[in-house]
Design a binder for this molecule. Structure first.
Ligand code: SF4
Length: 247
């Protein structure tokens, strides 16, 4: 379940309690749901270590969680999270993000289940490297944002087997995001698109250039891959929250 080792210092999370980094409300800045208002529940702990990660503060389990500006001591209960989320009022959906939520599958399952019971649409953001953990939470996740991790961008080993199994289990609930950087070769991107075509041909896939490459750079670099028509719903999308200067 933890291809890069269980996070250090992890005290076993449960259905009722787990490690939270922060909770806030903002607009979704990535993928096909850009612009929708969401509550973001950012969990702590990720052992993947992507070079481009912009939430490195959430790699380690931290003592304190920041929930709408107030400090809570971890582990935080599902009930406390739910209470805080309900106070926000109507949102499009509640995103459980990280860190890596599926490194705390029991807690993630508890959160998703209670959020759904309270009438929220649930959105799970994950590195798609934990297919077994996905099975534990799938029933309660409405939308799954699954990252495809290209070794050229992450600087880590490939997890194609895990990705294939994850997408097979997630089925039509999933869309994918593929971060590309200046180091990404077109050949590698094409391999990823062919893998997606093979596992889930109707899937929505968003190629997300890192800020240094940008949309223009990506169009120039990957023009040939984009014109091949490998997937029916292939998009190139920026990180809008970074352009807008919001969280
Ligand atoms: S999987 Fe996500 S949280 Fe973990 S290092 Fe990569 S980008 Fe960061």
């Amino acid at each position: 379940m933890f291809p890069f080792g269980r996070p250090r210092g992890l005290v076993q999370p449960t259905l009722n309690k787990g490690w939270v980094s922060e909770i806030f409300v903002s607009l979704q800045g990535e993928g096909p749901y850009i612009g929708v208002r969401q509550v973001f529940i950012r969990l702590s702990g990720c052992s993947f270590g992507c070079a481009y990660c912009d939430t490195k503060q959430a790699w380690k389990l931290v003592k304190r969680a920041e929930i709408f500006g107030k400090t809570e001591i971890n582990p935080v209960s599902v009930a406390a999270v739910l209470h805080a989320v309900k106070a926000v009022g109507p949102v499009h959906s509640v995103s459980i993000t990280g860190g890596e939520p599926l490194e705390q599958p029991e807690f993630t399952r508890g959160l998703l289940k209670e959020l759904k019971k309270s009438g929220f649409k649930t959105y799970l953001e994950t590195n798609a490297a934990h297919p077994l953990a996905l099975k534990q939470v799938l029933k309660y996740a409405d939308i799954i944002s699954a990252d495809i991790k290209l070794p050229s961008a992450t600087g880590r080993k490939a997890v194609w087997k895990e990705h294939r199994e994850f997408l097979r289990i997630a089925g039509s609930k999933a869309f994918v995001k593929i971060v590309v950087t200046d180091s990404t070769a077109e050949k590698e991107l094409i391999s990823a698109l062919l893998m997606l075509k093979n596992v889930s041909p109707g899937i929505t896939a968003c190629i997300q250039p890192d800020p240094a490459l940008g949309i223009k750079g990506a169009l120039k670099k990957f023009g040939s891959a984009l014109s091949k028509g490998i997937l029916k719903d292939l998009r190139v999308t920026p990180q809008v929250h970074k352009i807008a200067g919001i969280k």
